[in-house]
Design a protein around this ligand. Structure first.
Ligand SMILES: Cc1ncc(COP(=O)(O)O)c(C=O)c1O
Length: 452
């Protein structure tokens, strides 16, 4: 249908949804006008300008799988802070731990005993022996990259086309249509042209991987085990074995970034599929939405790093963060790991996500759409193409910004928040079957409006 879609009609439908959005969000609009006088673009973060409405929804409060905006509209939240709130908003155990900790100190630059429990739990879940803390997954990735370059004394990083690992300078690189590496579109003021720091290849391309690594100048591959930021792209069978084999063969470290793929299960994709990374990074939902991230590494990495680190300069070596490992983040992380991101949560949420996916597939079949749905654990995503893309290049080519915007705004106007810029949905511990049914019905209505 995407090819035969009547674009004029789509534009008219979008305009009508914009009108509806304006009418039902007067207070958000007023706040946005006020915000524009003190915040660049009227938003706290640049990219928030890109939400589907012509101004962002201002939130009043959020709890569990739902939130309410300042105009009294309520929503089912399938975006969940793009995984930051995969725990649901304000999970009880995390909130209690935060309250208890806040009375006893927030940040000291000294360890509390709880941090050991967190280290032990991370060890148990992900299988790596040593851990360090950061506040964001971006920083966890940056610090792991530094360690890998220091140990290997190699200059380059390797990433996949259309990956996203946070605002890590080295990663803003893509392949053009001829397969030549170039700075990613809209890479804002890069410190260094990423072609000097980074090699970029397509996901699932083993031959390209071997060619890139064989020069023996790549310190580390930074990889999501399943790509999630240009839609969900699964690895081909055997791809991870080849990735590990080749990285070992050419003396290159492997970082697995589980920040989104923690949707697979309690130990992420790594534990579920027996991966053996040298480093593992993760942030976002670890502390129920309180800023916290970690990076873990092997005994070998730990020893190599220790033997090179000048402890006298450890505070000014480029790995840091005054507030990293603060008591509040640690308390929130401990409670979230112990009581929220549990085996039981995953069992329930994955089942509900299967139901969500079935709902979408039923509608796609009903209207004979050339669309598909891909799922990973409690995350799913629908695509405007009939087959799953194998890599970032193929995925990027399937993006239809106008249709995306319509599907999002249509949903938003009917009380559903999807993850922006693609059609992704996450299930929280408190998402219900009724929430999912509402989404399926709204999705059906949106499709019908396009076709009739
Ligand atoms: C896979 C992955 N890694 C790292 C990050 C960075 O997370 P943060 O923005 O919290 O630093 C993201 C953010 O979307 C991500 O998707």
């Amino acid at each position: 249908m995407t090819n035969t879609l009547d674009r004029n009609k789509l534009r008219q439908l979008l305009e009508a949804e914009e009108g509806r959005f304006h009418k039902t969000h007067p207070t958000s609009y007023e706040l946005y006008q006020r915000a524009r006088k003190s915040l660049h673009g009227g938003v706290p973060m640049l990219w928030m300008i890109r939400w589907a409405g012509s101004f962002p929804v201002f939130v009043k409060e959020a709890k569990g799988a739902h939130f309410m905006d300042v105009d009294g509209n309520s929503y089912i939240d399938f975006c969940l802070g793009d995984t930051g709130a995969m725990t649901g908003h304000g999970p009880a155990a995390t909130v209690k731990a935060i309250h208890d900790q806040i009375e006893k100190g927030i940040t000291l630059m000294l360890p509390y005993e709880d941090v050991i429990s967190v280290g032990e739990e991370l060890q148990r879940r992900f299988g790596l022996p040593y851990w360090q803390f950061a506040l964001t997954a971006t920083d966890a990735n940056r610090f792991a990259l530094r360690m890998a370059r220091m140990i290997t004394e190699r200059p380059k990083v390797l990433v996949y086309n259309y990956c996203y690992h946070g605002s890590v300078d080295e990663t803003f690189i893509t392949l053009d249509e001829e397969g030549t590496a170039m700075s990613r579109a809209n890479n804002i003021g890069p410190q260094v042209d990423p072609r000097y720091t980074t090699k970029v290849i397509e996901f699932n391309d083993i031959a390209a991987l071997e060619t890139a690594l064989s020069a023996r100048d790549v310190a580390v591959v930074l990889a999501e085990p399943v790509m999630t930021n240009i839609g969900i792209i699964h690895p081909d069978p055997g791809y991870h074995d080849a990735l590990r084999e080749l990285t070992r063969k050419y003396g290159t470290y492997l970082i697995i970034d589980e920040t989104h793929t923690i949707c697979t299960g309690p130990g992420g994709y790594t534990a579920a599929h027996g991966l053996q990374p040298d480093f593992l990074t993760i942030g976002k939902p670890l502390a129920g939405g309180v800023p916290a991230a970690v990076y873990g590494f092997t005994e070998e990495v730990s020893q190599q790093f220790a033997s090179r680190l000048n402890v006298d300069d450890a505070d000014v070596g480029g790995i840091g963060g005054t507030l990293a490992g603060n008591a509040l983040s640690i308390a929130a992380m401990k409670a979230t790991l112990e009581h929220v991101l549990t085996e039981e949560f995953y069992n329930k949420a994955i089942k509900l996500q299967e139901y969500f996916t079935e709902g979408l597939e039923t509608v796609i079949k009903e209207f004979e759409l050339p669309w598909i749905v891909k799922r990973l654990g409690n995350r799913s995503e629908y695509w405007f193409r009939p087959t799953p893309p194998k890599n970032g290049g193929e995925a990027a080519a399937a993006i239809d910004h106008e249709l995306d915007r319509y599907m999002h705004l249509f949903a938003l106007n009917r009380g559903i928040l999807m993850t922006p810029f693609h059609n992704m949905a996450l299930i929280s511990p408190e998402t219900t079957q009724e929430d999912v049914d509402h989404h399926t019905n709204v999705f059906r209505e949106a499709v019908r409006s396009l076709i009739n």
